[in-house]
Design a protein. Structure first.
Length: 481
């Protein structure tokens, strides 16, 4: 019998509490809500790190950053670290990666195991595939769109809006439109073989500027009056050179929510495509995020330098045709490293060494573990900008972070001994640091140390290729350089 397909979708910078599927007051994700009604929504899912490179490497290897070696100090995954794609390809799966992020490229080693690889980069598209190239440029995408299969009445409204806004969508989104068409082109090939498709969407990563009509959907009043609203640059903020008013932060969140709603609409089209091709019941569909996003919580913005809930709690929705579970909410603690062993168990494959725990049938985790080493390379690039920034402006942020979180309490350990402990039952928004006043804090430190002692640190054994000039320029636009 043919093994089930796997569609694994990670969404950049998507915090769980901004999805209507998770109870958000704004209707940002009606189509993800539909998917959750057909599967299981995990209410307590967490990333393994707080930034894309380390988090996606953990997702694709089932290992924590310490164990896989892709860190803030070294943007590369060595070939001796087995990935989900490696293991599924060895089991006879067609494998493909659709990436819209610079940290998920051949330059970082995260393309390994994918026979076909698509990357939409800086104003152009690069494709490296075993089955032939596919042009993601506007004309080719338009031609592919015209050749699509007929859609049901349910999706006609969405398609009409797409036709009206296609030009703007192609020029102003972060790759979702082109990615959609590449997926539609790739999935139906070789139907006799099971597939594993990994898709990383860049929306809603900053700068927040969704295509119309999503750009102004969530503004309560007024409209963008100045381009500065779009510049969510973390460097001057963390360097103490810029602040944001409450009104500005509200506008940023309105644009962020528009990005989410736009991508949700694209995902709805993808799910309809799977249904029309009779693939949905043969496919395990997983939607999650690499990390969240901060909008002033505890004094932080963007996604760096902290491990608070707004940054590390992520959505996780699983639809699996072979499951009888439908429209369920699962409150177990789960983590991105658990996805690899879960998928392989579902496909009947024994996983190679990893740090995760399958959540298909396993009991609840006692805790989740999250880590982020000091972002010294990123800050070094910020300092090279000039703009009056000094090294001492960032000294409080240059430290290693680890988190040990149970269902009711949380420790954030810092390498400069400024530890934090929160009672999440009484203080879910992490406002009152109890470390040094609650004896559980030191107990959690001991638990964290025991947890870390079980990890096998990865020893780098390959030279990192490094990024080219074009990649560094793109990283600047995203706030990383």
């Amino acid at each position: 019998m043919k093994k089930p397909n796997l569609l694994l979708i990670s969404i950049d910078s998507l915090r769980a509490d901004h999805l209507s599927a998770y109870g958000y007051a704004k209707e940002t994700t009606p189509y993800l809500s539909e998917l959750a009604e057909e599967g299981v929504l995990f209410n307590n899912a967490f990333s393994a790190s707080n930034w894309t490179g380390a988090a996606v490497a953990s997702l694709l290897t089932g290992r924590y950053p310490t164990s896989h070696g892709y860190t803030n100090q070294r943007y590369y995954l060595d070939a001796d670290v087995p990935t989900l794609a490696d293991q599924l390809q060895a089991a006879g799966y067609r494998t493909v990666c659709f990436s819209n992020n610079l940290y998920i490229t051949p330059q970082t080693g995260l393309n390994r195991g994918f026979a076909d690889y698509y990357y939409r980069g800086l104003g152009s598209v690069k494709a490296a595939t075993a089955s032939g190239s596919f042009d993601w440029t506007g004309a080719a995408v338009w031609n592919r769109f015209k050749q699509r299969i007929p859609l049901t009445a349910k999706t006609m409204v969405r398609d009409t809006a797409d036709l009206l806004n296609r030009r703007k969508s192609l020029s102003r989104d972060d790759g979702a439109a082109a990615t959609e068409q590449a997926i539609f082109h790739w999935l139906p090939q070789q139907p006799e073989r099971p597939f594993f498709a990994y898709v990383h969407y860049q929306e809603p990563h900053s700068p927040y500027f969704p295509p119309n009509p999503y750009r102004k959907r969530f503004f309560s009043k007024g409209w963008l009056q100045q381009w500065d609203y779009l510049r969510f640059d973390p460097a001057p903020y963390y360097g103490g050179k810029k602040t944001f008013t409450a009104s500005e932060m509200d506008n940023y969140q309105a644009l962020y929510d528009g990005e989410i709603a736009y991508l949700d609409w694209r995902l709805g089209r993808l799910f309809d495509f799977l249904r029309q091709r009779n693939l949905i019941e043969q496919t395990m569909v997983i939607v999650t995020a690499d990390h969240g996003e901060c909008f002033g919580e505890n004094g932080y913005i963007w996604h760096a330098f902290n491990l608070y809930e707004s940054l590390v709690r992520v959505p996780l929705i699983v639809r699996f045709g072979e499951w009888s579970r439908r429209n369920e909410t699962d409150d177990r603690l789960v983590q991105s490293v658990d996805i690899l062993p879960t998928c392989l168990q579902a496909m009947g494959i024994d996983p190679e060494l990893n740090d995760g725990v399958s959540f298909l049938h396993a009991p609840a985790r006692e805790a989740v573990y999250i880590e982020s080493d000091s972002a010294t390379l990123m800050v070094k690039r910020w300092l090279e900008k000039g703009a009056g920034l000094q090294e001492e402006d960032f000294s409080q942020y240059l430290r290693d972070l680890c988190c040990y979180r149970t269902s009711d309490a949380k420790l954030i350990w810092t390498s400069d001994a400024q530890h934090e402990f929160y009672d999440l039952q009484q203080d879910p928004y992490e406002k009152k640091n109890l470390f040094g006043r609650d004896p559980r804090g030191n107990d959690f430190v001991r638990r964290l140390q025991k947890w870390r002692s079980r990890l096998q640190p990865h020893q780098a054994n390959q030279a990192q290729p490094g990024f080219d000039k074009q990649t560094w320029e793109k990283l600047k636009t995203l706030g990383y350089a």
